[in-house]
Design a protein around this ligand. Sequence first.
Ligand SMILES: NC(=O)c1ccc[n+]([C@@H]2O[C@H](COP(=O)([O-])OP(=O)(O)OC[C@H]3O[C@@H](n4cnc5c(N)ncnc54)[C@H](OP(=O)(O)O)[C@@H]3O)[C@@H](O)[C@H]2O)c1
Length: 232
Amino acid sequence: MSQLYPVKPNRPHTTVVLAMSADGKIADAHRTPPNFGSQADYNALERQVAAADGVLFGGATLRAGGTAMRVMTPELIAERQQQGKPEQPAQIVGTLSGKLDPDLRFFRQPVPRWLLTVSSGAEAWQASNHFEEILICEADDQSLDWSSALQRLADLKIKRLAVLGGGAIVAALLAHDLIDELHLTVCPLLLGGESAPSPVQGEGFGQDVAPRLELLSSDVQGQEIFLHYRVR
Ligand SMILES: NC(=O)c1ccc[n+]([C@@H]2O[C@H](COP(=O)([O-])OP(=O)(O)OC[C@H]3O[C@@H](n4cnc5c(N)ncnc54)[C@H](OP(=O)(O)O)[C@@H]3O)[C@@H](O)[C@H]2O)c1
């Protein structure tokens, strides 16, 4: 279980959780939904989801996989209930376009669904009951205003946010210094491919200004390495 850090007064504590190949890719170049993690990796991911009040992922990740990662293990659900939490954390989709297929299995999963978007991305969903919450957080340049988005999430009692990718969402949050921890599982395969996504997409950071990490733990289980970092 991850270490506890002081809760930020105006935003949730944020933890990125990703599995990647040994060459640092989180999916293949065809964006096939990743299935290269072991049962131990799945269990670790589920524990992070169970510890969260909200789970954030990008529109591309949802379109690729079609479902949200929800808590399935009865003991973890019971633990949440004992702590007075809802059975499932809020599943929050970050999208600019709002272009999501309403027939995705995600919309039939028994989870609370929230939409985080800009005003144009919300249009198609305002009159529907697909999402319990629609959060519109728009910056002056019509991009998503991540600082105010996280503030809104804190107002909605999201104290711990698990960020399940993909790389574009992680990059956007890192650029605004809004990531606290990362759990990266290094899996024993090589995916390669210039267009295959990595944990941090986008323009990247120059090495002089790149976010620096502190390694909190590394754990070898079977053929995988579980890395836990804190962003300094
Ligand atoms: N191995 C793993 O653990 C893991 C975990 C998660 C995902 N993945 C894989 O990663 C791939 C998706 O990653 P990705 O990096 O392409 O996309 P992503 O981060 O999942 O989603 C990007 C999308 O988020 C929305 N968005 C909102 N604000 C944004 C901003 N400021 N910057 C960029 N995007 C913003 C946009 O949605 P709209 O397009 O809807 O406007 C954008 O297309 C998939 O292949 C998925 O399977 C792997």
